[in-house]
Design a protein around this ligand. Structure first.
Ligand SMILES: [Zn+2]
Length: 158
């Protein structure tokens, strides 16, 4: 296949024409690819327990690999792919600038995957704690205000 996982591609046809995204999976047998943010399908998921919330899950649908074009990481252009041997290994070459499409990508994409995978769970947890903190603060404020009113009333009586 000309397209590989973690490639940046541009969509050539369909409702997501001209969209760009990272390839998240390839299916060589079907000649299809999954591209981040492209051909997204929504599914609603109902809460089955008290801890769950109903939500809409968005998932990418596979698109035909021939409908995407690889974007060269070096010259940043959508390009056709040439195949060549570099150091005895098969490599994909950008037809526009001649740079290898593989070597540089591997380093960059590994880093990107790490950064994306980590923070998702953390943010959900943080949100919950924040709401709890806000609640306790409001309660405190109300009780202080009542106390203040009581005190000023007593001062007037005296
Ligand atoms: Zn190039």
């Amino acid at each position: 296949m000309k397209v590989k996982k973690n490639d940046n591609v541009v969509v050539l046809t369909g409702k997501d024409k001209k969209k760009t995204g990272k390839v998240i999976a390839v299916m060589p047998k079907a000649n299809k690819v999954l591209v981040e943010g492209v051909n997204v399908q929504s599914k609603s998921k109902k809460a089955r327990s008290a801890n769950e919330t109903s939500q809409i899950i968005k998932k990418e649908g596979a698109i035909d690999a021939s409908n995407v074009m690889v974007i060269c990481p070096v010259c940043n252009k959508a390009t056709r792919v040439a195949h060549a041997e570099v150091d005895g290994k098969k490599a994909r070459i950008c037809k526009k600038c001649g740079a290898s499409l593989d070597a540089k990508f591997e380093k960059a994409s590994k880093k990107a995957v790490k950064e994306e995978a980590a923070p998702k769970k953390a943010t959900t947890r943080k949100k919950k704690t924040e709401t709890e903190e806000v609640k306790t603060e409001t309660v405190k404020k109300t009780s202080t205000r009542k106390k203040a009113v009581k005190e000023s009333a007593e001062a007037e009586n005296a």
